[in-house]
Design a protein around this ligand. Structure first.
Ligand code: DP6
Length: 349
């Protein structure tokens, strides 16, 4: 027999960034972060997990290619989930798995991203969130979404925020064992459904410095990171939560853009400096800043993760249409700017 579960998880975009760990193994951050979860139709991971007594080892395939489960992060997630597994019974199929059996049974995991990995868009967030969620269903875990987020966190920090839709806060926590470092939903997907997200895929090249390596170097060398984590982010988190509760797009955009810019300033303050944005990214920032100023209030927010792709958040559908027209005119794909395409990551979650 084979027992299977399939789940789908969208990716999330941080509007107050996570950058820096206080514990590298448990993946505990130096500050809280806030993100918005995208609509699963656009950018998501679909994962099928299967268990069968005929499987002789744990195996995983990513986009059809087998990958090693040897890395510590996969093993940590699998260990955490197996230790919480419960009895499972499928009467129709006549299958009964007892709690203790999960330690011996092996798993096959197949995971697909519905966007090209080559597009350089973050996939680890949706990937680990989906892996943890589907395994939790298969093994009948009793933990709630926040408790599961603390397991997904050990796969990739940003993954813990993809267990919820809407706006999500990853609380950094204080405990040394990471038990209070987990995600909570601030508001659900219906709360602010005017927002529309457009991603400008500026370059499909693999980033030179991974987030994991980049943030390690920033923690070791950047004084600005210390100041940001202690003084800046705690205040911004409070203001961002307020802006989200009140649908205050002006404050939301101002905080989102400022936080993205400070994150990239931390990267420049790292030794040796890390450059994630390129000329096209900078031109998009200038363009959005000029547009917002010319209208007198923000219409679009921008944010950039560990790469040159621009995530643009329009205040409503009408502005999103205008934004896309302007982008296609001023930043046409396949021009000398290295821009490939635009991806609509509607925030209806
Ligand atoms: C810039 O979650 O990819 O996207 O925890 O080492 O796997 P690891 O890092 P990762 O870092 C994401 C960094 C970011 C900001 C964010 O998503 O908050």
């Amino acid at each position: 027999w084979v027992l299977m579960v399939t789940a789908q998880t969208p990716t999330n975009i941080a509007v107050i960034k996570y950058w820096g760990k206080r514990d590298e193994t448990l993946i505990l951050p130096v500050n809280d972060s806030i993100s918005v979860t995208l609509d699963p139709d656009h950018l998501c991971t679909t994962t099928t997990v299967a268990v069968s007594p005929s499987f002789d080892q744990d195996r995983m395939w990513l986009n059809g290619k087998e990958i090693s489960l040897g890395g510590g992060r996969y093993q940590n997630c699998l260990k955490e989930i197996r230790s919480r597994a419960c009895d499972v019974e499928d009467k129709e199929k006549g299958i009964k798995i007892e709690k203790k059996d999960w330690q011996k049974l092996h798993l096959h995991i197949a995971s697909f991203n519905n966007f090209p990995t080559a597009a350089g868009l973050a996939s680890s967030a949706a990937g680990f969130a989906c892996l943890v969620f589907s395994l939790a269903k298969l093994m009948n875990l009793k933990e709630n979404q926040s408790q599961l987020s603390a397991i997904a966190r050990q796969g990739s920090g940003s993954a813990c925020r993809s267990l919820f839709g809407g706006f999500v806060k990853w609380i950094m926590g204080k405990e040394g064992n990471g038990s209070d470092s987990l995600a909570v939903q601030l508001v659900d997907e219906e709360h602010w459904n005017d927002l529309v997200i457009i991603i400008a895929v500026v370059s499909s090249r693999q980033k030179e410095t991974s987030s994991t390596t980049g943030m390690r170097e920033s923690v070791e060398t950047s004084l600005l990171l210390q100041h940001r984590a202690k003084e800046v982010v705690p205040k911004r988190i409070v203001q961002m939560e307020e802006a989200i509760q009140n649908h205050d797009f002006s404050s939301f955009a101002q905080l989102t853009c400022a936080d993205s810019n400070q994150f990239h300033a931390v990267c420049l303050d790292t030794s040796p400096p890390i450059f994630y944005m390129n000329d096209t990214s900078h031109r998009i920032i200038s363009y959005v800043e000029r547009w917002n100023r010319s209208v007198g209030s923000p219409q679009v927010a921008y944010t950039f993760d560990a790469g040159p792709n621009a995530v643009l958040i329009a205040r409503n559908r009408k502005i999103a249409t205008e934004l896309l027209q302007r982008l296609l005119f001023f930043f046409p794909p396949n021009s000398e700017t290295d821009l490939n395409s635009y991806v609509l990551g509607d925030k209806s979650i």
